[in-house]
Design a binder for this molecule. Structure first.
Ligand code: ZN
Length: 492
């Protein structure tokens, strides 16, 4: 069998080497401590009254004594933190491979604290296939893979006769691969300044748009360096300051692949991520920005334990001749197959259908006609005509490949499986507003639970684009997406 295989599944996204390195101990920045103290002292007294005055005046609207507050929905408004003026701002960080229920391990007290003062979702569903590049582009564009065209981390395009390979940025980050409008392009159209720290995806889109500030991906950059960059952007003067700031961190996903989701290395990585979340959240609080900047932590997919996965050999399903006739394999562990032109496709389909019928607990097989509607994975020539989707606990391989391509943890399975679920945690004007409204209404639609922790119902990640447009007050500039019109209205 020829064709690219999913390097990500082998060694974790964008890692330059297979070995996972323990996160370095956190380094305290002494300059920052002095700055922090000065800022607190200078802003506390003056800022306190100004700040709450501004919040009431600019961010809330009390109507007819209903005590309903709403976001301004305007990007023109200025709010003071006591020393500086700010426009609506969203800072969103993607923690690759942060499985939704990792937060229940007792290892992320700070992320939980952020979700206590803010809120979190029960889960956020990734798009199918549950891989890094399709999902990071869905998070930014609000589109399913069939719409945005990144149908796997590696795939063949029959129209251009070329291969997308995520591990070759020179080729794969060419704008022609990436359909749809990322949120930073929408924000740019609305006249906003934007910043992108390593978010997977192209630095420039098909229309020639690019973020105002852009830092390309580099592996193993310590999180305290990323924190410094994010705060540098936050600390810029108003006329240069980005209102949409994006950042990306891959180390948790790399640990999940190398050691499995239940490993101590993943737990160590969770503590490392949690410390970063605390520092970022605290740095905004120190600047009196907790009710000015919406901070959002998201992830692209979860992770399942694949140490004891059962391998199903393709030769046994379709025979050696048909395996030899495979020309392209797209993605993995869910895999699209393309055969040489002269191959009897009906034979391959017959064998695979029989296999799926005989082993419904192990795998499913789909064609363009039978692809599950809920995958939203059909209407694009880049999607292979035959797709094998193994169930959790199984993987398909060949005699030649054997079990070699499987890591101890993996993703890429059915996006309705809880172990594939991503996370969503937020604090800022967004959470303050909708929590306040919830308290004032008897209709708690959309709330999973109440009490100390505020947990909204799980949602599909293509809805995120609409939320960010709303928070930035740029809904009138929004592109068409696969998200639900008015999806967030029930919360506001
Ligand atoms: Zn990922």
């Amino acid at each position: 069998m020829s064709g690219p295989v999913g390097e990500e599944e082998r060694k974790g996204l964008l890692s330059e080497e297979t070995s996972y390195q323990e996160p370095k101990p956190e380094v305290q920045n002494s300059n920052w401590s002095i700055k922090k103290i000065l800022l607190i002292l200078s802003t506390f007294i003056l800022g306190f009254l100004l700040f709450f005055g501004s919040i009431l005046e600019c961010w809330t609207r009390f109507a007819d004594g209903k005590q309903q507050i709403t976001l301004t929905n305007s990007n023109d408004i200025l709010v003071s933190n006591g020393t500086h003026e700010f426009k609506p701002t969203v800072l969103m960080v993607s923690i690759d491979g942060l499985r939704a229920d990792y937060l229940d391990r007792g290892l992320t007290p700070h992320l939980l604290e952020i979700s206590r003062v803010g809120l979190r979702a029960e889960w956020m569903r990734p798009i199918f296939p549950t891989l890094t590049f399709p999902n990071h582009w869905a998070l930014l564009t609000g589109l399913y893979a069939e719409s945005h065209g990144i149908v796997a981390n590696n795939f063949w395009d029959p129209e251009t006769n070329s291969t997308f390979l995520y591990s070759d940025p020179k080729q794969s980050w060419d704008a022609s691969w990436w359909d749809g409008e990322p949120i930073w392009e929408t924000a740019g159209k609305a006249g906003l300044i934007t910043a992108n720290l390593m978010w997977p995806g192209p630095p420039i889109t098909q229309t020639g748009a690019s973020p105002t500030y852009y830092v390309p991906f580099k592996n193993k950059v310590p999180l305290n360096e990323k924190l410094d960059q994010l705060l540098q952007w936050v600390d810029k003067p108003l006329e240069d300051r980005p209102q949409l700031i994006l950042a990306y961190e891959p180390s948790l996903d790399q640990a999940g692949h190398a050691y499995g989701p239940g490993s101590k290395e993943v737990n160590n990585s969770l503590v490392y991520i949690d410390t970063f979340a605390r520092d970022l959240h605290q740095a905004l609080a120190d600047r009196n920005l907790s009710e000015i900047i919406d901070i959002v932590f998201v992830s692209d997919h979860g992770m399942t334990d694949t140490r004891h996965v059962e391998f199903i050999y393709l030769e046994k399903l379709i025979g050696q001749d048909l395996v030899d006739a495979i020309e392209h394999v797209d993605g993995w562990p869910s895999m699209g197959l393309r055969f040489h032109n002269k191959t009897d496709m009906s034979k391959a389909l017959e064998f695979l259908t029989a296999a799926a019928t005989n082993m419904p607990d192990k795998l499913s097989v789909y064609t363009t006609e039978t692809m599950l509607e809920r995958y939203h994975f059909n209407h694009n020539p880049r999607i292979a005509p035959l797709y094998i989707v193994p169930n959790i606990g199984y993987a398909v391989t060949t005699e030649k490949e054997g079990p070699s391509r499987m890591t101890k943890g993996n993703h890429g399975y059915d996006n309705f499986q809880p172990s594939m679920f991503a996370a969503f945690i937020s604090d800022g004007p967004f959470s303050t507003t909708i929590k306040y409204n919830k308290r004032e209404t008897t209709d708690a639609a959309g709330w999973h639970s109440t009490g100390e922790y505020h947990i909204i119902n799980g949602f599909q990640n293509v809805e995120l684009y609409g939320l960010i447009c709303k928070l930035l007050g740029i809904e009138s500039f929004a592109a068409d997406t696969n998200g639900t019109k008015g999806f967030w209205d029930k919360y506001f």
